[in-house]
Design a protein around this ligand. Structure first.
Ligand SMILES: [Zn+2]
Length: 115
């Protein structure tokens, strides 16, 4: 599910920023994304892992770069384990106001708390 239950064309334009084949580091699928509410951040449509898709250099000039996972390194293995155990999207990423999939977000946070 996506924001308001619909993948809007705008959300799926995040895929225009993925310039080459890239496998999601959590679910292993070819990365396809929708936008979150954070500038340049998309989430994997399969597992909900957030990636920075738009990048800038130190002079604030836009640069081309492969997707960068927006998860601390120490959590990547845990999210891979969650994905292997549940196959449930996690709906991570940054949103203004309510997470579009609160049940999925809460489930992964509660699972992480139990680890
Ligand atoms: Zn994924």
């Amino acid at each position: 599910m996506a924001k308001a239950g619909i993948y809007f064309d705008y959300d799926l334009m995040a895929n225009n920023e993925i310039k080459e084949s890239f496998k999601c580091l959590v679910c292993g699928k070819e990365l396809a994304c929708r936008w979150t509410d954070y500038h340049g951040e998309g989430v994997c449509l399969t597992c909900g892992t957030p990636y920075q898709l738009i990048h800038y250099d130190e002079n604030n000039k836009r640069i081309e770069r492969s997707p960068q996972i927006n998860i601390k390194k120490e959590y990547i293995a845990k999210l891979q384990q969650y994905w292997e155990e549940t196959k449930k999207t996690m709906s991570l990423g940054i949103y203004l106001g309510r997470n579009p999939e609160p049940e999925n977000y809460n489930a992964v946070i509660e699972w992480l708390d139990r680890q």
